[in-house]
Design a protein around this ligand. Structure first.
Ligand code: NAG
Ligand code: NAG
Ligand code: NAG
Ligand code: NAG
Ligand code: NAG
Ligand code: NAG
Ligand code: NAG
Length: 422
C-alpha cells in the first residue's frame, strides 16, 4: 500500500514539480511575453515619436518650400471651427500692448462681455503651430515685413505688433510714424514690422493717412509707383484691399492729380474697376519684386456684420450686443463679396502661371462666423456722438474693424504658420 502510495506520492511530487515548473515557465512565458509586449510598445512609441518629430521638423523647421509634406499643402488651414479656449487665449493683454490703438481697445472703452478674446481657430485637418514671438523674430532677423493696404490691414499690423511686443524689452524696440509709413522695429533683431497706408493699393485721392474721408472718391487705377517704391524691396509683403471698393462704381482718373483739368474722368463699375487696379498691382509685382527673396501674401476680404437678420438676429440690428460667434457651420453672411473674391483669385492665378506665387490668406469665411468680434460702440469716437445716436447705439456701431486681442490675432497665427515654413 505504502509503495504505491509512495510511488503515487513521488509521482505526485514529480507531477507537482512539473506543474510548478510548467506554472513557473507559463508565468515566465507570460512575464517574458508581457515584457516583450512592453518592449514592443516602447519600440513602437519611440519610432512614432521619432517619426512625429521628423514630420514636425519638416513642417515647422526645415521646409524651404510649401511643397511636399508641409503643413499648408496637406491641410486647408482656413477650413475649421472656432473653439472656446480661455486657457491658452488671449495671446496678450489689451492694456499691456504698448502700441494698442484706441479704435480697437474694446475693454478700455467699456465693453463688459470679454469672451471675444477666448476663441481659438481649429482647422479640421490639423493644428496650427502655437504662436512664438521669439521664433517669429528669429525668422525676421535683418528683414522687413510690410503690411500694405487699408484700416483692416492696419488692424492686423497692430495685432502683429502686440503679439511680439511682450517678447521685446522696452529699450530694444521703437515705433516711427511718418505719413503713410509706420515702422515698428525690433532693434536687437534688426527686424521691422511695418504698415503702409494705401487703401486702394493704387493711387487715389484717399491716400492721405489722416484726411482720407473724401466724399467724391477718385482713383488712378493705372498708377501705383508713388506707393510701391516704399515697399518693393521688403522681404515679406502682406496686401489687402476691399472695403474702399465696395460701391457700385468708382470715378477713375486717367491723368495726374497735379493737373486734374488735363485728365480724363470716367465712372467704372464694380468689379471691373477692382480688376483693373489689381492688374496694375500684379504687373508692378511681376516687374519689380525679386521673386527669389520676397514672400507675398494677399489677405482676402474681412467680412462686416451690419445686418443681424443674416444670422437670424433682429432685422435692423447689427453686430452691437452680439456675444457669441455664429455656430452654424458654413455660415456665409453678406459682408463680403464673392465676385470680388473671385477677381482676386483670378489675378493671383495669372501671376502664378508667370512664376510669381502670392499666397491667398482666405480669412473671409472664418471671420464671417465672428459677428461678436467687432468694437461696435466700445472704441474711441473721433467725432462727437449725437443725442440721436446715443438713444440708438446701433447707429454708430463699428461692425467692420475687430477688437484686440481678437480675430486678427488668428489671421496672424495663420500667417505665422506660413512664415515658419518659408
Ligand atoms: C475660402 O475658404 C472657405 C472655407 O474653407 C471656402 O468655402 C471658400 O471657397 C474659400 N474661398 C476661396 C476664394 O478660396
Ligand atoms: C474658463 O472658463 C470656465 C467656464 O466659463 C471657467 O470655469 C474657468 O475658470 C475659466 N478658466 C480660466 C483660466 O479663466
Ligand atoms: C520659442 O522659440 C524660441 C526660439 O526658436 C525657443 O527657444 C523657445 O523655446 C520657444 N518657446 C516655446 C514656448 O516653445
Ligand atoms: C538690417 O536689415 C536691413 C533690411 O531690413 C538690411 O538691409 C541691413 O543690411 C541689415 N543690417 C545689418 C547690420 O545686418
Ligand atoms: C517723413 O517723410 C518725409 C517725406 O518722405 C521726409 O522728408 C521726412 O524727413 C520724414 N520725417 C521724419 C521725421 O522721418
Ligand atoms: C533668381 O534665381 C534664379 C535661379 O537661382 C537666378 O537665375 C536669377 O538670376 C535670380 N533672380 C534674381 C532677381 O535674383
Ligand atoms: C438711426 O436708426 C434709426 C432706426 O434704426 C433710423 O431711423 C435713423 O435714421 C438712424 N439715424 C442715423 C443718423 O443713422
Amino acid at each position: 500500500m505504502g509503495e504505491p502510495s509512495q510511488t503515487h506520492k513521488a509521482e505526485r511530487g514529480e507531477n507537482m514539480a512539473k506543474k510548478q515548473q510548467a506554472m513557473v515557465s507559463a508565468a515566465w512565458d507570460i512575464r517574458t511575453s508581457f515584457q516583450s509586449l512592453v518592449a514592443l510598445l516602447i519600440a513602437i512609441l519611440v519610432v512614432a515619436a521619432i517619426y512625429l518629430r521628423q514630420t514636425n521638423e519638416q513642417l515647422f523647421e526645415s521646409g524651404t518650400t510649401l511643397s511636399g509634406g508641409s503643413l499648408t499643402s496637406r491641410c486647408n488651414l482656413f477650413s475649421g471651427k472656432w473653439v472656446y479656449d480661455n486657457e491658452s487665449y488671449p495671446l496678450y493683454k489689451e492694456r499691456e500692448c504698448t502700441f494698442m490703438s484706441d479704435q480697437l481697445a474694446c475693454e478700455k472703452f467699456g465693453r463688459k462681455d470679454l469672451n471675444y478674446r477666448f476663441w481659438r481657430w481649429q482647422p479640421h485637418q490639423c493644428d496650427l503651430p502655437r504662436f512664438n514671438a521669439t521664433a517669429l523674430l528669429e525668422r525676421l532677423r535683418n528683414k522687413r515685413l510690410v503690411f500694405v493696404g487699408d484700416s483692416l490691414n492696419r488692424n492686423q499690423w497692430i495685432s502683429m505688433v502686440c503679439l511680439v511686443d511682450s517678447a521685446i524689452p522696452p529699450a530694444f524696440k521703437s515705433m516711427h510714424n511718418n505719413g503713410s509709413i509706420n515702422i515698428f522695429k525690433a532693434t536687437e533683431y534688426n527686424a521691422t514690422i511695418e504698415f503702409y497706408w494705401s487703401p486702394l493699393l493704387v493711387e487715389s485721392n484717399s491716400d492721405d493717412p489722416v484726411n482720407h474721408r473724401v466724399p467724391n472718391r477718385i482713383v488712378r487705377v493705372q498708377a501705383i509707383e508713388k506707393h510701391a517704391r516704399h515697399w518693393t524691396d521688403a522681404d515679406i509683403l502682406i496686401f489687402n484691399t476691399y472695403l474702399w471698393w465696395r460701391r457700385r462704381q468708382m470715378n477713375v482718373l486717367w491723368g495726374s492729380f497735379e493737373n486734374p483739368e488735363d485728365g480724363i474722368y470716367k465712372a467704372v463699375m464694380l468689379p471691373r474697376v477692382y480688376e483693373m487696379a489689381l492688374q496694375t498691382w500684379a504687373q508692378w509685382l511681376e516687374v519689380h519684386v525679386n521673386r527669389n527673396t520676397t514672400q507675398l501674401f494677399f489677405i482676402s476680404m474681412s467680412p462686416t456684420h451690419q445686418r443681424a437678420d443674416r444670422w437670424g438676429g433682429i432685422q435692423g440690428e447689427n453686430c452691437y450686443s452680439e456675444t457669441e460667434p455664429v455656430s452654424k457651420e458654413g455660415y456665409v453672411g453678406d459682408g463680403a463679396s464673392p465676385r470680388m473674391m473671385r477677381a482676386v483669385d483670378s489675378v493671383l492665378g495669372e501671376l502664378k502661371t508667370r512664376g510669381l506665387n502670392v499666397h491667398m490668406m482666405n480669412i473671409t469665411q472664418l471671420s464671417d462666423y465672428r459677428k461678436e468680434g467687432h468694437p461696435s460702440i466700445y472704441r474711441k469716437h473721433w467725432e462727437t456722438i449725437t443725442e440721436e445716436q446715443l438713444s440708438n447705439p446701433k447707429n454708430y456701431s463699428d461692425c467692420i474693424h475687430w477688437c484686440l486681442p481678437g480675430v486678427p490675432d488668428v489671421w496672424n497665427e495663420l500667417l505665422y504658420a506660413y512664415i515658419l515654413q518659408l
